[in-house]
Design a protein around this ligand. Sequence first.
Ligand code: TRP
Ligand code: SF4
Length: 333
Amino acid sequence: MKQRIMSGMRPTGKLHLGHYLGVIDNWVNLQEEYDCYYQVADWHALTTKYDKTDCLRQDVADVVMDWLACGIDPQKSTIYVQSLVPETAELHIYLSMITPQNWVERDPTLKDMAKILKTKEGMGTQVNYGLMGYPVLMTADILLFNADFVPVGIDQVAHVELSRDIARRFNYVYQTDFFKEPQPKLNNCSLICGLDGNKMGKSFNNDIKISDTEEVTTKKIMTAITDRSRMRKDDPGHPDECEVVYKYWKIFGSENELQTVENECKAGARGCADCKRQLAIKVNERMSEIRERRKYYEQNPQLVEKIIREGSEKAREEAQKTLKKVRELVKMY
Ligand code: TRP
Ligand code: SF4
């Protein structure tokens, strides 16, 4: 029996290279060794964007298409949408009964989310009941499949810790050992920064999308910051102070290419514009197969729909087994 992996992403629309290199590529590797459940967390999106749902459907499809393009294989992994597995909501109810209020109030990630919301939407904004339940809902996602490991970014580890506490508490209250305590498995999220040197993010306008064309990618890379102390192209440069372009070379270039970039830069034999043009070629090479697959799925929306429906059906069957057991343990009618 393979061990289980469960993880999810909120449907934020088209994903970027930070998602690909830091998260999805990791998920792709995990599917060889584990029984993986990958979920688009559309209910989690509602906790903060309940009033902005016009694009939700498209955002879910975009996330799934990016996953498929990057190599998440529906033959190996279960790809599904949270709200298409309503058992999640039922488990969430049972878990919410045994979770002390101060456990969720202590959750540092939730505190941060509440803070961001307040500054974004004005001081008057209340944290809604659904948002308070965010980590409990996430616990339901994880326990529904009795996952052994949960690959997440550092910002989500507190939630997974809480899910361990909730699993333990359920087992204690109902005198069982049914739920495993899931373990976080850290993603390498800070691998690639945005084009301005900050964290790559959609809202910062500094990202390269998985689905961007070669032209758009090249244009974006040409805007990346370089060694700021360099005025003329034959000035000696400092790769270590070239926060974006040189770092990207480390990810997309070979050992040899990286050495060449470093030597030529230091010797003042390489202009930054040329350096970026060459880098863009490397990035486009690396992404080309993925982008072709992305296009294929865009042109076959009924295929994407089928993958989502079948994956969600499969997830549901598994979820129903869990719920049957949980209802027995809680002694529901
Ligand atoms: N909260 C996660 C995030 O924002 C997404 C998520 C939802 C998730 N359910 C999950 C992650 C279950 C891991 C396991 O990134
Ligand atoms: Fe950075 Fe390349 Fe310019 Fe050197 S030549 S500072 S590595 S962009």
